[in-house]
Design a protein around this ligand. Structure first.
Ligand code: HEC
Length: 170
């Protein structure tokens, strides 16, 4: 009888012990997962920060970011450039890059609006004037710097300015 009771007590405490063990294990597994998740998040956050600190160069992207959008983006940029070409305003290019010399005839520059100085030059042909304006030209009266010294101008912008100067000087 006495051994029966102690058997029952042993079984009871054994079950409690096992149940507690299982609960404790589950709890630890849960804690571990929680912690692992936090660390992963933190590492990801740091990577994103690093990627952002060099942003602009676009050399580093946050993990898993795929730039699917770039194709249509550059395509639309090309369209914009193509569309912008016909709308170049020769007069404003002239004002920003050529006027400094060609308005007053500084340093031997043919003065815009003076048909006498321009007639011989225009007689050379528009292509010659274009290429001299774009590539620069050392003539008898002075030195025409390439693109008027403004290398940021596109060839088409310089041509538009030449067209403007010719139109104003005939
Ligand atoms: C730093 C002064 C200066 C600037 C700025 C300048 N030019 Fe000139 N340009 C000259 C001079 C000087 C000549 C004359 C060279 C010669 O015939 O001896 C000249 C000549 C020219 C000619 C005539 C070339 C020829 O074959 O007779 C054209 C066209 C011309 N410039 C266009 C431009 C355009 C377009 C710009 C602006 C994008 C510009 N220039 C800006 C100084 C300048």
């Amino acid at each position: 009888m006495a051994s029966n009771i102690s058997d029952q007590q042993f079984t009871k405490s054994f079950i409690i012990f096992v149940v507690l063990g299982v609960v404790l294990t589950l709890f630890l597994v849960f804690l571990g997962n929680l912690n692992a998740g936090t660390i992963t998040d933190r590492v990801r956050g740091e990577r994103n920060e690093m990627a952002q600190s060099v942003s602009g160069s676009n050399s580093l992207q946050p993990v898993g970011q795929i730039s699917v959008g770039q194709q249509p983006e550059s395509a639309s940029q090309t369209t914009q450039v193509a569309a912008a070409t016909p709308t170049i305003d020769g007069a404003s290019v002239y004002q920003s890059a050529c006027m400094a010399c060609h308005a007053a005839g500084v340093a031997g520059a043919p003065k815009m609006g003076n048909a006498d100085v321009w007639s011989d030059r225009i007689a050379q042909g528009t292509e010659t004037l274009y290429s001299r304006a774009i590539g620069g030209f050392q003539g008898k009266s002075g030195m025409m710097p390439p693109k008027g010294g403004n290398m940021a101008l596109s060839d088409d912008e310089v041509k538009a300015a030449v067209d403007h100067m010719i139109a104003q000087s005939q």
